[in-house]
Design a protein around this ligand. Structure first.
Ligand SMILES: *Cc1c(COP(=O)(O)O)cnc(C)c1O
Length: 406
């Protein structure tokens, strides 16, 4: 904080320009207009009933004080067992697993723990909005590597990635399955990313909060498979893998996440984390330790619900003339708005409540680099089936020609 010329306090430079303005604006617009909100990714999806009961029981039985700084031992063990079972990667629950206040804290603490001012962080563009903010808080520069548009999807441009590396590059931030696009990085793409990390001595920080939500390519069609970059040759020793209970169990308000990696990298994250929150969520951690053991069975149910919503939304957008992109995973899909009269996603989203009674988020909110595409809009399908059906009906009968004044 500092004083400006009038003597009034002003915020620090690191928060100037950091904002969630479009998200706040669109959420407020939905509230004011009664539009169906397919903007922010707040799930209306089921959670395992035993998990909810276990939290209540943990609270009643007194699990209400600080857990150990690295997280409840039972949860650290469950996370290590999960990584071994699912990816064949062994982590020591004492020192190689750290429980955090959501994936968000893990990301921020990783960037603060790994970057000095002036260092560079690579991230694929578009990207989750916590990445540029986290880099900025660390005094680092986020260097955006465009994901190339390819038909109805996005692909890695390995040449662009190589060209973006400089002597100051320290960290490569990866997100697969990817928000906002719903892209799942292929084996070949991950191999190319891993090669760049090895050649240039980069640490990979990989955000895998949608690891259990790969949906398949459509009704009956087999889809891509989630792979973790830490399992590639030479990568375990240089990778921090981040995940979270929020998306997998539809409990985004609990904010329980975790990081796995080699001890010296996890220690760097823990050093920051202990003075951000120290620890949090004891009863949730206790209950999640049990739920994680049976996550595969649970996730199949969520994927079924999400897959149906995705297919409903995608077909509805198609009929509405808003060309949908492929979304293989997660909560979101993009649509090309140009057939509705103009290609300005921000303006389109401001108009959409009056044109069709629906709220969405302009994908431009997730692009870091200037001059990024503006013709895409992100719709979320993690809402109830009724919400998705209502949105689709409204979009199909929406006003496809924009108002003159915009
Ligand atoms: C939702 C989300 C997060 C945040 O996870 P929390 O556990 O709620 O902090 C991080 N990364 C991506 C890509 C997300 O979509």
């Amino acid at each position: 904080m500092g004083m400006d010329g009038t003597g009034a306090w002003r915020p620090a430079e690191r928060v100037a320009g950091v904002g969630t303005s479009v998200f706040t604006e669109m959420t407020e617009l939905a509230r004011r207009t009664g539009a169906v909100n397919l903007g922010q990714g707040v799930p209306e999806l089921p959670s395992p009933p035993e998990l909810l009961a276990d939290v209540a029981e943990a609270v009643r039985s007194g699990a209400n004080q600080y857990p150990p700084a690295h997280g409840a031992p039972a949860l650290r063990e469950a996370v290590a067992a999960h990584q071994l079972r699912r990816y064949g990667l062994a982590y020591d629950p004492r020192g190689e697993v750290l429980v955090t206040t959501g994936a968000t804290e893990a990301l921020a603490a990783a960037l603060l723990g790994l970057c000095d001012p002036g260092d560079e962080v690579l991230a694929f563009d578009p990207c989750y909005d916590a990445y540029p903010a986290g880099a900025r808080f660390a005094g680092a520069k986020l260097v955006a590597v465009p994901l190339a548009e390819d038909g109805d999807g996005f692909v890695l441009d390995a040449d662009a990635l190589r060209a973006a590396v400089t002597p100051r590059t320290r960290v490569l931030l990866l997100n697969t399955p990817h928000n906002p696009t719903g892209k799942v990085f292929t084996a070949d793409e991950l191999a190319a990313v891993a090669a760049v990390c090895r050649e240039h001595g980069l640490v990979a920080v990989t955000d895998e909060v949608y690891e259990h939500l790969v949906l398949g390519s459509g009704p009956g069609a087999p889809g891509p498979e989630h792979r973790t970059i830490a399992a590639l040759p030479g990568m375990r020793e240089r990778t921090l893998t981040i995940s979270s209970a929020g998306k997998t169990f539809s409990v985004t308000g609990w904010k329980v996440g975790w990081v796995c990696g080699p001890a010296r990298l996890v220690a760097a994250v823990a050093g920051v984390k202990q003075f951000l929150t120290y620890a949090s969520g004891t009863p949730y951690q206790e209950a999640l330790a049990r739920a994680l053991g049976g996550v595969e069975g649970w996730a199949a149910e969520v994927r079924r619900v999400l897959g149906r919503n995705r297919d409903l939304l995608s077909a509805g957008l198609e009929r509405a003339g808003l060309r949908p992109y492929r979304a293989d995973a997660g909560y979101f899909l993009q649509a090309d708005i140009r057939a509705w009269g103009h290609g300005d996603g921000v303006r389109f989203c401001r108009e959409l409540p009056s044109r069709a009674g629906v709220v969405a988020i302009p994908t431009s909110a997730f692009y870091v680099r200037p001059g990024a595409p503006s013709h895409l809009v992100r719709f979320s399908f993690c809402r109830s089936e009724e919400s998705v059906r209502a949105a689709v009906e409204r979009l199909e009968s929406g006003d496809r020609s924009p108002s003159i004044k915009g």
